[in-house]
Design a binder for this molecule. Structure first.
Ligand code: ATP
Ligand code: MG
Length: 269
């Protein structure tokens, strides 16, 4: 659980900002759906920082409990006090709540959240003598989900989906755009342009193979940035491709890894 306001060098390549701003102005919560590493988190962080609001983030997993959201009672110098969780803090502050990977959450956690997300935007704290917390008018919520093909994800119940009437899809960008994204993170030497193009070709082939279930893993924009950073630090293109793109497939065994190494050898020599 973190609270942060840090900026990021997000490149709004598909004009997501525009619709997000309109959703925000209309108090319509936003759901972002897309595979890992397509910029979901960066987009939300950038938006929060652009409008100068505090971002309250929580990353869901099977182990996330209601208490992480709502808060817990603790003993403080012999007295029981209630320490508010991130949901309550964001409501009181009128900040931006960011529910990351919401479809990894358990049903009871979702149910509790649902109480706050409905049109009244309030929650009863059964943990703190039934106190009613009402969100400030400018409270806003983003949620992200990974497509169901991702490990550990479940279907979001329809009533939760309906709390987020604005839905954005983020996909892997076209190669030229991905290159521009890389340039927002790494200074690319002219002499490396071709290697980056080759790496993006490779990344896209791997993504396609993964989507056809020929490979188990699909590299994200993160890997493309990592590849460029290694080149920048004088690692050869082939070695960079090996460590960034190929070695991970060893997790599924030699055959999977070999398939990818063969592709790398045919591209990078
Ligand atoms: N449009 C973009 N502009 C600049 N950087 C980007 C963009 N999209 C992705 N990135 C970079 O790619 C990496 C992955 O992005 P991010 O963490 O936002 O993805 P994500 O969709 O939240 O991934 P996950 O599902 O794994 O949480 C980050 O380093 C981010 O800075
Ligand atoms: Mg993320």
């Amino acid at each position: 659980m973190t609270i942060d306001t840090s900026d990021s060098n997000y490149f709004d390549w598909n004009n997501s900002f525009d619709i997000i701003k309109k959703a925000y102005d209309s108090s319509l919560f936003v759901l972002i759906i897309g595979p890992k590493g397509t910029g979901k988190t960066s987009l939300v962080r950038k938006f929060a920082s652009e409008i100068g609001k505090m971002l309250y983030s929580i990353n869901f997993s099977l182990r996330t409990r209601e208490s992480h959201l709502v808060g817990t009672k603790t003993m403080n110098q012999g007295e029981v006090t209630f320490v508010e969780g991130i949901l309550i803090k964001s409501m009181r502050d009128g900040g931006i709540l960011y529910l990351d990977e919401l479809n990894a959450a358990e049903a009871d956690v979702l149910l509790r959240l649902d109480e706050a997300l409905d049109d009244r935007r309030q929650i009863v704290l059964k943990e703190a003598e039934g106190q009613v917390i009402k969100a400030l008018d400018n409270w806003f919520v983003f949620a992200t989900i990974n497509p169901l093909s991702h490990e550990g994800t479940k279907e979001l119940p329809p009533q939760i989906l309906s709390r987020f009437p604005v839905r954005l899809r983020l996909e892997y960008p076209p190669k030229e755009i991905e290159k521009q994204i890389i340039k927002h993170h790494v200074i690319i030497d002219g002499s490396n342009e071709n290697d980056i193009d080759d790496a993006l070709k490779l990344a896209n082939s791997l993504r396609e193979a993964a989507s056809l279930e020929e490979l188990y893993y699909s590299p994200s924009i993160r890997e493309s940035i990592a590849f460029a950073k290694l080149l920048r630090n004088a690692v050869s293109p082939k070695e960079a491709a090996e460590v960034v793109y190929a070695n991970v497939y060893d997790q599924w065994g030699e055959v999977e890894y070999r398939k990818v190494m063969d592709m790398i050898t045919s591209i990078f020599g």
